[in-house]
Design a protein around this ligand. Structure first.
Ligand code: GA4
Length: 318
Protein backbone atom coordinates (compact mmCIF):
# COMPACT_ATOMS: atom_id res chain seq x y z
CA UNK A 1 0.00 0.00 0.00
CA UNK A 2 1.47 3.40 -0.95
CA UNK A 3 1.03 6.11 1.68
CA UNK A 4 1.40 9.83 0.93
CA UNK A 5 4.57 11.60 2.15
CA UNK A 6 4.53 12.77 5.79
CA UNK A 7 1.96 15.46 6.51
CA UNK A 8 4.63 17.84 7.83
CA UNK A 9 5.92 18.44 4.29
CA UNK A 10 2.56 18.10 2.59
CA UNK A 11 -0.15 20.72 2.83
CA UNK A 12 -3.76 20.28 1.75
CA UNK A 13 -5.27 23.60 0.70
CA UNK A 14 -8.92 24.25 -0.13
CA UNK A 15 -8.83 26.39 -3.28
CA UNK A 16 -11.76 27.14 -5.58
CA UNK A 17 -10.58 25.63 -8.86
CA UNK A 18 -11.91 27.44 -11.97
CA UNK A 19 -15.34 26.27 -13.11
CA UNK A 20 -16.13 27.26 -16.68
CA UNK A 21 -19.68 27.39 -17.99
CA UNK A 22 -19.59 26.49 -21.67
CA UNK A 23 -23.02 28.01 -22.26
CA UNK A 24 -21.54 31.53 -21.77
CA UNK A 25 -20.31 33.79 -24.58
CA UNK A 26 -17.48 32.15 -26.58
CA UNK A 27 -15.01 35.04 -26.37
CA UNK A 28 -15.43 35.26 -22.59
CA UNK A 29 -15.09 31.49 -22.21
CA UNK A 30 -11.91 31.45 -24.35
CA UNK A 31 -10.27 34.06 -22.10
CA UNK A 32 -11.27 32.23 -18.89
CA UNK A 33 -9.94 28.92 -20.23
CA UNK A 34 -6.57 30.47 -21.15
CA UNK A 35 -6.30 32.02 -17.67
CA UNK A 36 -7.11 28.67 -15.99
CA UNK A 37 -4.59 26.82 -18.17
CA UNK A 38 -1.86 29.33 -17.34
CA UNK A 39 -2.57 29.46 -13.60
CA UNK A 40 -3.49 25.85 -12.83
CA UNK A 41 -3.37 23.74 -16.00
CA UNK A 42 -6.75 22.60 -14.74
CA UNK A 43 -10.43 23.60 -14.75
CA UNK A 44 -13.89 22.08 -14.57
CA UNK A 45 -16.46 22.49 -17.33
CA UNK A 46 -20.20 22.57 -16.82
CA UNK A 47 -22.97 22.75 -19.43
CA UNK A 48 -20.53 20.87 -21.64
CA UNK A 49 -23.08 19.28 -23.99
CA UNK A 50 -22.14 15.61 -23.49
CA UNK A 51 -25.55 14.01 -22.79
CA UNK A 52 -25.90 12.76 -19.23
CA UNK A 53 -27.31 9.37 -20.33
CA UNK A 54 -24.12 8.68 -22.31
CA UNK A 55 -21.98 9.32 -19.22
CA UNK A 56 -24.31 7.33 -16.97
CA UNK A 57 -24.40 4.40 -19.40
CA UNK A 58 -20.59 4.29 -19.50
CA UNK A 59 -20.47 4.42 -15.69
CA UNK A 60 -22.97 1.54 -15.35
CA UNK A 61 -21.07 -0.59 -17.88
CA UNK A 62 -17.79 0.13 -16.07
CA UNK A 63 -19.16 -0.90 -12.68
CA UNK A 64 -20.58 -4.06 -14.21
CA UNK A 65 -17.20 -4.91 -15.67
CA UNK A 66 -15.30 -4.31 -12.41
CA UNK A 67 -17.92 -6.32 -10.46
CA UNK A 68 -17.05 -9.47 -12.43
CA UNK A 69 -14.79 -12.08 -10.80
CA UNK A 70 -11.08 -11.62 -11.57
CA UNK A 71 -10.70 -14.67 -13.87
CA UNK A 72 -13.60 -13.41 -15.98
CA UNK A 73 -12.10 -9.92 -16.31
CA UNK A 74 -8.76 -11.42 -17.30
CA UNK A 75 -10.40 -13.76 -19.79
CA UNK A 76 -12.34 -10.92 -21.40
CA UNK A 77 -9.59 -8.35 -21.87
CA UNK A 78 -6.23 -9.82 -20.86
CA UNK A 79 -3.78 -8.22 -18.50
CA UNK A 80 -2.57 -4.67 -19.11
CA UNK A 81 0.54 -4.54 -21.32
CA UNK A 82 -0.18 -1.55 -21.20
CA UNK A 83 -3.74 -2.03 -22.63
CA UNK A 84 -6.21 -4.29 -20.88
CA UNK A 85 -7.08 -4.96 -17.25
CA UNK A 86 -4.69 -4.04 -14.47
CA UNK A 87 -4.82 -4.21 -10.71
CA UNK A 88 -2.44 -2.28 -8.43
CA UNK A 89 0.38 -2.29 -11.01
CA UNK A 90 0.66 0.93 -13.00
CA UNK A 91 2.77 0.94 -16.17
CA UNK A 92 5.70 -1.37 -16.66
CA UNK A 93 8.23 0.18 -14.26
CA UNK A 94 6.98 -1.09 -10.88
CA UNK A 95 4.62 1.77 -9.87
CA UNK A 96 1.76 0.67 -7.65
CA UNK A 97 -1.56 2.10 -6.51
CA UNK A 98 -4.79 1.07 -4.77
CA UNK A 99 -6.95 0.64 -7.85
CA UNK A 100 -8.00 -1.63 -10.65
CA UNK A 101 -8.37 -0.29 -14.17
CA UNK A 102 -9.09 -0.93 -17.79
CA UNK A 103 -6.98 0.90 -20.36
CA UNK A 104 -8.34 1.04 -23.90
CA UNK A 105 -7.27 2.48 -27.23
CA UNK A 106 -9.99 4.53 -28.86
CA UNK A 107 -9.50 3.85 -32.57
CA UNK A 108 -12.41 2.13 -34.29
CA UNK A 109 -10.81 -1.33 -34.39
CA UNK A 110 -10.08 -1.21 -30.69
CA UNK A 111 -13.61 -0.06 -29.90
CA UNK A 112 -15.06 -2.89 -31.98
CA UNK A 113 -13.06 -5.22 -29.76
CA UNK A 114 -14.65 -3.81 -26.62
CA UNK A 115 -17.87 -5.59 -27.54
CA UNK A 116 -16.17 -8.58 -25.92
CA UNK A 117 -16.60 -7.20 -22.42
CA UNK A 118 -19.18 -4.43 -22.54
CA UNK A 119 -22.77 -5.54 -23.05
CA UNK A 120 -22.83 -3.30 -26.06
CA UNK A 121 -19.97 -1.42 -27.59
CA UNK A 122 -22.39 1.47 -28.05
CA UNK A 123 -21.60 2.60 -24.46
CA UNK A 124 -17.88 2.99 -25.20
CA UNK A 125 -18.14 4.40 -28.70
CA UNK A 126 -20.78 6.99 -27.80
CA UNK A 127 -18.81 8.04 -24.72
CA UNK A 128 -15.58 8.35 -26.71
CA UNK A 129 -17.33 10.29 -29.51
CA UNK A 130 -18.87 12.68 -26.96
CA UNK A 131 -15.68 13.39 -25.03
CA UNK A 132 -13.54 13.65 -28.16
CA UNK A 133 -15.92 16.26 -29.54
CA UNK A 134 -15.81 18.19 -26.26
CA UNK A 135 -12.00 17.97 -26.14
CA UNK A 136 -11.82 19.40 -29.69
CA UNK A 137 -14.20 22.23 -28.76
CA UNK A 138 -12.05 23.09 -25.72
CA UNK A 139 -8.83 22.96 -27.76
CA UNK A 140 -10.41 25.30 -30.32
CA UNK A 141 -11.42 27.73 -27.57
CA UNK A 142 -7.84 27.62 -26.26
CA UNK A 143 -6.53 28.35 -29.77
CA UNK A 144 -8.97 31.28 -30.05
CA UNK A 145 -7.88 32.63 -26.66
CA UNK A 146 -4.21 32.34 -27.63
CA UNK A 147 -4.70 33.89 -31.08
CA UNK A 148 -3.44 30.89 -33.09
CA UNK A 149 -5.26 29.13 -35.99
CA UNK A 150 -8.39 27.37 -34.60
CA UNK A 151 -7.33 23.80 -35.41
CA UNK A 152 -3.71 24.19 -34.18
CA UNK A 153 -4.26 21.63 -31.39
CA UNK A 154 -7.59 19.93 -32.16
CA UNK A 155 -6.61 18.55 -35.59
CA UNK A 156 -4.48 15.86 -33.93
CA UNK A 157 -7.51 14.36 -32.17
CA UNK A 158 -9.45 14.25 -35.44
CA UNK A 159 -6.85 12.10 -37.26
CA UNK A 160 -8.03 8.53 -37.93
CA UNK A 161 -4.92 7.19 -36.17
CA UNK A 162 -4.96 9.56 -33.20
CA UNK A 163 -3.47 7.69 -30.25
CA UNK A 164 -6.15 8.85 -27.78
CA UNK A 165 -6.95 6.51 -24.87
CA UNK A 166 -9.80 5.77 -22.51
CA UNK A 167 -8.97 4.71 -18.96
CA UNK A 168 -11.58 3.39 -16.52
CA UNK A 169 -10.29 3.52 -12.94
CA UNK A 170 -12.02 1.75 -10.07
CA UNK A 171 -10.88 2.67 -6.56
CA UNK A 172 -12.55 0.29 -4.08
CA UNK A 173 -12.85 1.49 -0.46
CA UNK A 174 -9.64 0.85 1.48
CA UNK A 175 -9.49 0.04 5.17
CA UNK A 176 -6.75 1.83 7.06
CA UNK A 177 -4.01 -0.43 8.27
CA UNK A 178 -2.59 2.12 10.69
CA UNK A 179 -3.25 5.50 12.24
CA UNK A 180 -0.53 7.10 10.10
CA UNK A 181 -2.05 5.81 6.86
CA UNK A 182 -5.35 7.38 7.96
CA UNK A 183 -3.61 10.73 8.58
CA UNK A 184 -1.54 10.75 5.43
CA UNK A 185 -3.94 9.09 3.05
CA UNK A 186 -3.52 6.12 0.77
CA UNK A 187 -2.48 6.71 -2.80
CA UNK A 188 -4.84 5.36 -5.44
CA UNK A 189 -2.84 6.67 -8.41
CA UNK A 190 0.42 8.47 -7.62
CA UNK A 191 1.55 11.98 -8.55
CA UNK A 192 2.19 12.46 -12.25
CA UNK A 193 1.46 14.63 -15.25
CA UNK A 194 -0.37 13.25 -18.28
CA UNK A 195 1.82 12.87 -21.36
CA UNK A 196 -0.91 13.59 -23.97
CA UNK A 197 -2.52 16.87 -25.18
CA UNK A 198 -5.65 17.19 -23.07
CA UNK A 199 -7.36 15.01 -20.44
CA UNK A 200 -11.10 14.95 -19.69
CA UNK A 201 -12.15 13.15 -16.52
CA UNK A 202 -15.66 12.27 -15.38
CA UNK A 203 -16.18 10.66 -12.00
CA UNK A 204 -18.95 9.53 -9.69
CA UNK A 205 -19.69 11.44 -6.47
CA UNK A 206 -16.75 9.97 -4.49
CA UNK A 207 -13.85 12.40 -3.91
CA UNK A 208 -10.20 11.50 -4.53
CA UNK A 209 -8.69 13.70 -7.24
CA UNK A 210 -6.09 16.26 -6.09
CA UNK A 211 -4.04 18.72 -8.12
CA UNK A 212 -0.61 20.01 -7.17
CA UNK A 213 0.27 23.68 -6.73
CA UNK A 214 3.94 22.69 -6.25
CA UNK A 215 6.04 22.76 -3.06
CA UNK A 216 4.01 19.95 -1.50
CA UNK A 217 0.69 21.84 -1.68
CA UNK A 218 -2.25 19.71 -2.82
CA UNK A 219 -5.74 20.92 -3.73
CA UNK A 220 -8.62 18.41 -3.40
CA UNK A 221 -11.02 18.68 -6.34
CA UNK A 222 -14.63 18.22 -5.26
CA UNK A 223 -16.40 15.58 -7.34
CA UNK A 224 -19.25 16.70 -9.58
CA UNK A 225 -20.87 14.01 -11.73
CA UNK A 226 -22.31 16.77 -13.96
CA UNK A 227 -18.92 18.31 -14.76
CA UNK A 228 -15.77 17.23 -16.57
CA UNK A 229 -12.38 17.90 -15.00
CA UNK A 230 -10.00 19.08 -17.69
CA UNK A 231 -6.23 19.10 -17.45
CA UNK A 232 -3.40 20.10 -19.71
CA UNK A 233 -1.01 17.32 -20.80
CA UNK A 234 2.74 17.52 -21.48
CA UNK A 235 2.27 17.84 -25.26
CA UNK A 236 0.12 20.96 -24.87
CA UNK A 237 2.65 22.45 -22.45
CA UNK A 238 5.27 21.93 -25.18
CA UNK A 239 2.97 23.30 -27.92
CA UNK A 240 2.35 26.48 -25.92
CA UNK A 241 6.10 26.89 -25.24
CA UNK A 242 5.46 26.33 -21.53
CA UNK A 243 2.66 28.90 -21.26
CA UNK A 244 0.07 26.27 -20.29
CA UNK A 245 1.01 24.04 -17.35
CA UNK A 246 0.79 20.27 -17.52
CA UNK A 247 -0.54 20.00 -13.98
CA UNK A 248 0.71 17.27 -11.66
CA UNK A 249 -2.15 15.42 -10.05
CA UNK A 250 -2.94 12.24 -8.11
CA UNK A 251 -5.90 10.24 -6.81
CA UNK A 252 -6.35 9.33 -3.16
CA UNK A 253 -8.01 5.98 -2.51
CA UNK A 254 -9.50 6.27 0.90
CA UNK A 255 -11.98 9.12 0.91
CA UNK A 256 -15.22 7.30 1.80
CA UNK A 257 -15.21 4.13 3.92
CA UNK A 258 -17.82 2.18 1.98
CA UNK A 259 -18.08 3.69 -1.49
CA UNK A 260 -16.03 2.96 -4.60
CA UNK A 261 -14.72 5.80 -6.71
CA UNK A 262 -14.99 5.44 -10.46
CA UNK A 263 -13.27 7.75 -12.91
CA UNK A 264 -13.54 7.61 -16.68
CA UNK A 265 -10.62 9.39 -18.27
CA UNK A 266 -10.15 10.34 -21.92
CA UNK A 267 -6.61 11.25 -22.98
CA UNK A 268 -6.63 13.19 -26.26
CA UNK A 269 -3.39 12.39 -28.10
CA UNK A 270 -1.74 12.99 -31.51
CA UNK A 271 -1.08 10.21 -34.03
CA UNK A 272 2.33 8.51 -33.53
CA UNK A 273 4.06 10.27 -36.46
CA UNK A 274 2.86 13.79 -35.52
CA UNK A 275 5.59 16.34 -34.84
CA UNK A 276 5.09 18.43 -31.72
CA UNK A 277 6.15 22.05 -32.24
CA UNK A 278 4.88 25.37 -30.93
CA UNK A 279 2.93 27.50 -33.47
CA UNK A 280 5.04 30.48 -34.64
CA UNK A 281 2.47 33.01 -33.37
CA UNK A 282 3.24 31.89 -29.81
CA UNK A 283 6.99 32.28 -30.12
CA UNK A 284 7.24 35.96 -31.14
CA UNK A 285 10.33 37.24 -29.27
CA UNK A 286 10.52 34.13 -27.03
CA UNK A 287 12.97 31.38 -27.82
CA UNK A 288 11.52 27.85 -28.12
CA UNK A 289 11.79 26.05 -24.77
CA UNK A 290 11.46 22.51 -26.15
CA UNK A 291 12.98 20.85 -29.20
CA UNK A 292 10.62 19.33 -31.78
CA UNK A 293 9.72 15.69 -31.14
CA UNK A 294 7.23 13.17 -32.46
CA UNK A 295 4.48 11.72 -30.30
CA UNK A 296 5.97 8.21 -30.88
CA UNK A 297 9.29 9.47 -29.50
CA UNK A 298 7.64 11.10 -26.49
CA UNK A 299 5.52 8.07 -25.78
CA UNK A 300 8.41 5.63 -25.78
CA UNK A 301 10.32 7.99 -23.45
CA UNK A 302 7.24 8.13 -21.19
CA UNK A 303 6.67 4.41 -20.99
CA UNK A 304 10.35 3.79 -20.22
CA UNK A 305 10.15 5.98 -17.11
CA UNK A 306 8.45 5.92 -13.73
CA UNK A 307 5.05 7.52 -13.14
CA UNK A 308 6.26 10.50 -11.07
CA UNK A 309 9.05 11.71 -13.36
CA UNK A 310 9.06 15.10 -15.08
CA UNK A 311 9.40 13.69 -18.57
CA UNK A 312 9.21 16.91 -20.57
CA UNK A 313 12.50 18.20 -19.09
CA UNK A 314 14.33 15.71 -21.29
CA UNK A 315 13.13 17.66 -24.37
CA UNK A 316 14.17 21.13 -23.11
CA UNK A 317 16.63 23.07 -25.22
CA UNK A 318 19.51 23.82 -22.87
C1 GA4 B 1 -0.26 8.53 -17.05
C2 GA4 B 1 -1.50 8.96 -17.86
C3 GA4 B 1 -2.30 7.77 -18.41
O1 GA4 B 1 -3.05 7.16 -17.36
C4 GA4 B 1 -1.37 6.71 -19.05
C5 GA4 B 1 -0.42 6.21 -17.96
C6 GA4 B 1 0.56 5.09 -18.34
C7 GA4 B 1 0.01 3.71 -17.97
O2 GA4 B 1 -0.73 3.58 -17.02
O3 GA4 B 1 0.42 2.74 -18.65
C8 GA4 B 1 1.88 5.43 -17.61
C9 GA4 B 1 1.70 6.91 -17.10
C10 GA4 B 1 0.47 7.41 -17.82
C11 GA4 B 1 2.94 7.77 -17.40
C12 GA4 B 1 4.31 7.05 -17.16
C13 GA4 B 1 4.25 5.55 -17.52
C14 GA4 B 1 3.11 5.31 -18.50
C15 GA4 B 1 2.29 4.53 -16.46
C16 GA4 B 1 3.74 4.82 -16.32
C17 GA4 B 1 4.44 4.54 -15.24
C18 GA4 B 1 -2.18 5.64 -19.74
C19 GA4 B 1 -0.38 7.38 -19.93
O4 GA4 B 1 -0.45 7.55 -21.14
O5 GA4 B 1 0.74 7.78 -19.19
Amino acid sequence: MVVATPIQIEKIREVDVPVIDLSCKQSKVAKLIVKACEEYGFFKVINHGVPHHIIKNMEDESFQFFDKPLPEKMKLVGSADPFGYGSKNIGLGGDRGELEYLLLQTNQNAIDDTSKFMRCRYAVSSYVDGVRELACELLELMAKGLGVPPSSFSHFLKCFNSDSLLRLNHYPPVTHTSHSSFQRGIIGFGEHSDPQILTLLASNFVPGLQISLGNGVWVPVSPDPLAFCVNIGDVLQAMTNGRFVSVRHRAMANSLPTQSRLSMVFFGAPPPEATIVCPLQLLKQNKPVYRAFTWAEYKSHTYAHRLGEVRLDHFKIS
